[in-house]
Design a protein around this ligand. Structure first.
Ligand code: FCB
Length: 454
């Protein structure tokens, strides 16, 4: 047995996002978001769930932060709801929205917890969608105006900023697959959205640098290894394409200022209309970042599939592979390989794990306990691989577990639980799960015991 110790000052934390936890959807002047609208359309979200109440974090944030403190957490990643700051199309700032986040930041600092603020975690004001959403080339400018306001208000206390959460999902799940808000199904629109998201990101990074604000700025990307399902060359090519679709399309412009040429060629050969690739905008996207956020859940398995336009691949999980209750394969070594790749292939010098976690159908026992040994196992395995990557020289400064508490899991509604803290959605009662206790201990000890089974 060995003790895995993490670097001194390693930030043990948890993550959430505004729409998933806050509730109070119509309070204190908050405007409608694309998720409020998306949830009203039957069939979009399991059981017709909405984020109207969620975990009521808007009213219970003090209680939640006190729980985080008791759990020994050192960091908390949360997001700002844009429609709380700019509720409608009139461009008037809603003071009450800024005030809420200011109180939240103060409460965290009082508890000795470092805030990591995400500026966009998918809840675009509906008023912006009504003028075309992220497909509209003016959107980056609107985003800058909003971020400017938030940074002006919180920048004296917040030192860690994340511009965008998972631009892949915002672009492709929202505008190609239609599984998330705004529910559009058009590949060229999704490419345009991805492009404008990056222009927006670039504008905010530039503003942050020019303003001389203290602290660090980064972005959170969801990256995953794509593994061919067979030894057939066409499956290997499909896996490379899948890697281009989800990983390289997002890493390359940020780090290299270019889109991957093989993917540009492939999409063009499929008749997809491409975004402008303006050289000035490409340069804007590629400004140096202080850190890269990695959201890692699993790798995925890919095979050639000519039925799927324009990607030409589909995913399937091999039989007998261990999976979580959402059917996501458990592939902890993928985290190690992705971290090494980020350093070696892209030269990324500082990484924060901005999300990592698993969905389990947790149940509360009669004596009010929630035993989730599968989540403890998932955490141990992933933190072990993270430790391995750090030993191999990758600079990872923190780990934000997804999620602090069970919450509104997008199109799965409340049916998919990711929390370290169980929420009884009928009563809003919080119960720290077995995994929450385990994680709290690991945070206190700055590590945990590991038995290598070979
Ligand atoms: C990520 C999202 C996050 C959460 C987890 C499970 O894609 O960023 O909001 O839903 O998945």
């Amino acid at each position: 047995m060995s003790k895995l110790l993490f670097p001194q000052d390693f930030v043990w934390g948890t993550a959430t996002a505004s729409y998933q936890v806050e509730g109070a959807a119509r309070e204190d002047g908050r405007g409608e978001s694309i998720w409020d609208r998306f949830c009203t359309i039957p069939g979009n979200v399991a059981n017709g769930d909405t984020g109207d109440v969620a975990c009521d974090h808007y009213h219970r944030f003090r209680e939640d932060i006190s729980l985080m403190r008791q759990m020994g957490m050192k960091g908390y990643r949360f997001s700002i709801a844009w429609p709380r700051i700019y509720p409608d199309a009139r461009g008037q700032v809603n003071e009450a929205g800024l005030e809420f986040y200011s109180r939240l930041v103060d409460e965290l600092l009082k508890a000795g917890i470092t805030p990591y603020v995400t500026l966009y975690h998918w809840d675009l004001p509906q008023a912006m969608q009504d003028i075309g959403g992220w497909a509209n080339p003016q959107m980056p400018q609107y985003f800058l105006t909003y971020c400017h306001k938030v940074m002006e208000r919180l920048g004296d206390r917040v030192r860690h900023w994340i511009t965008l959460n998972e631009p892949f999902c915002a672009a492709f799940l929202g505008n190609y697959e239609g599984r998330q808000a705004p529910g559009i199904r058009d590949f060229s629109t999704a490419l345009r959205v991805a492009y404008h998201l990056y222009v927006a990101h670039g504008l905010v990074v530039r503003y942050f640098r020019q303003s001389g604000m203290k602290g660090e700025i980064g972005i959170a990307l969801n990256l995953m290894g794509r593994v061919p399902l067979s030894d057939e060359p066409e499956d290997a090519a499909a896996a490379r394409r899948a890697d281009g679709y989800i990983n390289r399309w997002f890493l390359d412009p940020l780090i290299r200022g270019t889109y991957p040429q093989d993917m540009v060629d492939w999409y063009q050969s499929m008749g997809v209309v491409m975004p402008p690739f303006d050289p000035d905008e490409m340069a804007l996207m590629a400004q140096p970042l202080d850190f890269m956020g990695l959201n890692y859940y699993n790798d995925s398995f890919v095979r050639h599939d000519s039925q799927v336009w324009p990607l030409g691949f589909s995913s399937a999980t091999p039989r007998l592979m261990p999976v979580n209750d959402r059917g996501w394969p458990i592939t902890e070594e993928g985290l190690y390989h992705m971290l090494l790749r980020m350093k070696q292939e892209y030269g990324i010098r500082k990484i924060v794990i901005t999300e990592n976690g698993t969905a389990i159908n947790d149940v509360r026992s009669a004596d009010n306990r929630v035993e989730d040994p599968q989540r403890v196992d998932y955490l141990r395995r992933h933190l072990h691989q993270l430790h391995r990557a750090i030993q191999a020289g990758v600079n990872v400064t923190g780990y934000m577990q997804w999620s602090f508490c069970d919450n509104f899991e997008w199109s799965f509604g409340y049916s998919s639980r990711f929390g370290l803290v169980y929420i009884d959605f009928a009563t809003q009662e919080r119960i720290v799960k077995q995994s929450g206790h385990w994680y709290a201990q690991a945070a206190r000890d700055n590590g945990f015991d590991w038995i290598d089974m070979g």
